[in-house]
Design a protein around this ligand. Structure first.
Ligand SMILES: Nc1ncnc2c1ncn2[C@@H]1O[C@H](COP(=O)(O)OP(=O)(O)OP(=O)(O)O)[C@@H](O)[C@H]1O
Ligand SMILES: [Mg+2]
Length: 340
């Protein structure tokens, strides 16, 4: 069974409807040079990704730096250009929207950035920052805005004294709470969280992660949760996707992927997780070969250059993301997956 067929189904095992479908998504960037701006190369940042999110999912997206996680998230919110493929929100295309449709997508799909310092205007009050979306989307007027802003700020841990303070007066963790309030006040369906806690220290990180968990349930949200931190992904997500060089190489229920990784890249990635038991020796595997570049990548499997089990077919033919093993939701793009 190919992943394309899998994503077209209307329901999952627990009968949650599909909220987001990404079909064969490609995001390419041209690198140009010279005064004629001649195209020198193409960066294939996202190179044929298929995935689906059911309502209520926390879908964790992992992979090493530069594999295309942010670009995929930005394409879903319309900030990265889609070169080919489709993105559907509740079955309706959200690619290339303009006017009122783009405005409505901007409300329904919200992005929380990694850096809480640059994502909020330091000279705006919290009230302005959180309330501006209500005005823009015509969701409230006058004193209703202040009321709703205060209610949302209270929900994320502030009080009335914070309402007219400036963003620059807050710590990183507090700023992420403000970003969250600003997104939630618009009652979105989908939150894309791009490394939302990696700029924070560990104790603040835990508070924000727990707040996110509560809020997801309370507001009936779906998360695309991007992180390179496997511990955070495991704690937050019910399903995960592993990206490598613009491709989704493995996807499945978090427990299946963590306990029975099928793709050699996922196995290497998971071997870097420290063991809880100090007596268990670390079996960390290090990747050989150069870090990959998405500029004009070679044909075949994207992992072939660094794969310890590479065979001739891997360098010629790109493997499809297909079902392997016993769990119905476990899909891997490898000619020789490890299935136990
Ligand atoms: N606007 C752009 N123009 C050209 N190349 C870009 C652009 N945006 C991203 N890229 C390239 O696309 C690739 C994927 O980048 P992306 O930021 O999506 O990776 P990432 O997985 O989020 O990495 P990280 O974990 O470091 O945040 C990288 O090689 C990056 O340099
Ligand atoms: Mg990124």
């Amino acid at each position: 069974m190919r992943y394309n067929n899998h994503v077209n189904r209307k329901t999952n095992q627990s009968h949650n409807p599909i909220l987001l479908t990404v079909e064969d998504l490609h995001v390419y960037f041209s690198i140009r040079e010279g005064w004629l701006s001649r195209q020198r190369a193409t960066v294939k940042a996202v190179n044929g990704v298929n995935l689906s999110l059911q309502q209520g999912d926390v879908f964790g997206l992992v992979g090493e730096s530069g594999c295309g996680k942010t670009t995929l998230g930005r394409a879903i919110v319309g900030l990265s250009p889609v070169s080919h493929g489709q993105i559907l929100l509740k079955g309706r295309s959200i690619v290339g929207l303009t006017g009122q449709d783009a405005h409505e997508r901007a409300r329904q799909v919200q992005l929380i950035f990694q850096d809480p310092y640059s994502s909020l205007h330091p000279r705006k009050t919290v009230c302005d920052l959180v309330g501006v979306g209500l005005k823009l989307h015509g969701l409230a007027n006058g004193y209703e805005i202040d009321e709703q802003v205060l209610a949302m700020l209270k929900r994320v841990g502030f009080n009335i004294d914070h309402l007219y303070r400036y963003a620059h007066e807050f710590s990183g963790g507090q700023r992420q709470r403000i970003s969250l309030a600003r997104a939630l006040i618009l009652r979105p369906k989908l939150l894309i969280l791009d490394e939302p806690t990696s700029a924070l220290d560990v104790s603040v990180q835990a508070q924000i992660l727990n707040l996110l968990k509560e809020i997801r349930q309370e507001f009936n949200l779906t998360f695309l949760f991007i992180s390179h931190d496997l511990g955070v992904i495991r704690y937050m997500s019910n399903r995960i996707g592993v990206m490598y060089l613009g491709h989704l190489v493995e996807t499945g229920a978090t427990s299946d992927v963590f306990e029975h990784p099928q793709h050699p890249y996922t196995q290497v990635l998971l071997s870097s997780l420290p063991s809880i038991d100090p007596d268990t020796p670390s079996n960390r595997t290090l990747l050989e070969g150069d870090p990959p570049t998405p500029i004009d990548p070679p044909p075949g499997c994207p992992f072939a250059q660094r794969c310890p089990g590479v065979k001739p077919i891997c360098r010629e033919q790109a493997p499809e993301l297909i079902h392997h093993g016993n769990s119905p939701d476990h899909f891997t793009a490898c000619h020789f997956p490890h299935v136990d």
